[in-house]
Design a protein around this ligand. Structure first.
Ligand code: CA
Ligand code: CA
Length: 190
């Protein structure tokens, strides 16, 4: 019985659609956002964190997280245990998202922030309570990456079985999508 429950839990865990990017990518709440998120185990400067994010899953448009609304902010805050970099930074006097270059519209600044302490705080960190602080970009802290399954470059699959079909980066089976996904994760042939 215990083995069965463990197997069942594993099957449920394996069904995370973000598994196709890598084992540490998680979909948090698909009702809030269908993005995939990566929470670092290491601390880096803002620039190195963004470089690491961009390098992790380029075909899925990975960058430091872009928080677009209160729902996403609350979801992220609920998932972190350490103060972490988000993708907002100051460019020519305006806050913008490092991945997309779009202006920061939603924000959740802590009271009295951004204060640009010592005239040297051009990058944004999120506290575990969800509030933001501008911080020295050279500080080394944890970071959060975001990637999108939608942004992925379509992968070409060689279709072996008549019931299988390819869609974007994934390979599906008309009878059992989970099996095809497991197949697709390991090989471009399905
Ligand atoms: Ca986002
Ligand atoms: Ca500050």
């Amino acid at each position: 019985m215990i083995v069965f429950v463990i197997k069942l839990l594993f099957a449920m865990t394996a069904a995370d659609p973000c598994d196709v990017i890598g084992p540490k990518w998680k979909q948090l709440d698909p009702i809030v956002s269908d993005s995939c998120y990566f929470f670092s185990g290491k601390e880096k400067t803002f620039a190195k964190a963004e470089a690491r994010c961009a390098d992790k899953a380029p075909s899925y448009g990975s960058h430091l997280v872009q928080i677009d609304n209160a729902g996403e902010n609350q979801m992220i805050a609920g998932a972190i245990t350490k103060t972490s970099w988000i993708g907002a930074h100051l460019v020519s006097g305006s806050w913008e998202w490092v991945g997309s270059g779009v202006a920061v519209t939603y924000n959740n600044w802590h009271s009295n922030e951004p204060n640009d302490h010592k005239d040297d705080e051009d990058c944004v960190q999120i506290y575990t309570d969800g509030f933001w602080n501008d911080q020295r970009c050279s500080k080394t802290i944890h970071y959060i990456c975001e990637a999108s399954l939608e942004a992925s470059t379509p992968k070409t699959f060689r279709i072996r079985k008549p019931s299988y079909y390819a869609q974007r980066h994934q390979c599906f089976d008309t009878r059992n999508s989970l099996i095809a996904l497991l197949c697709a994760r390991n090989t471009p042939v399905c």
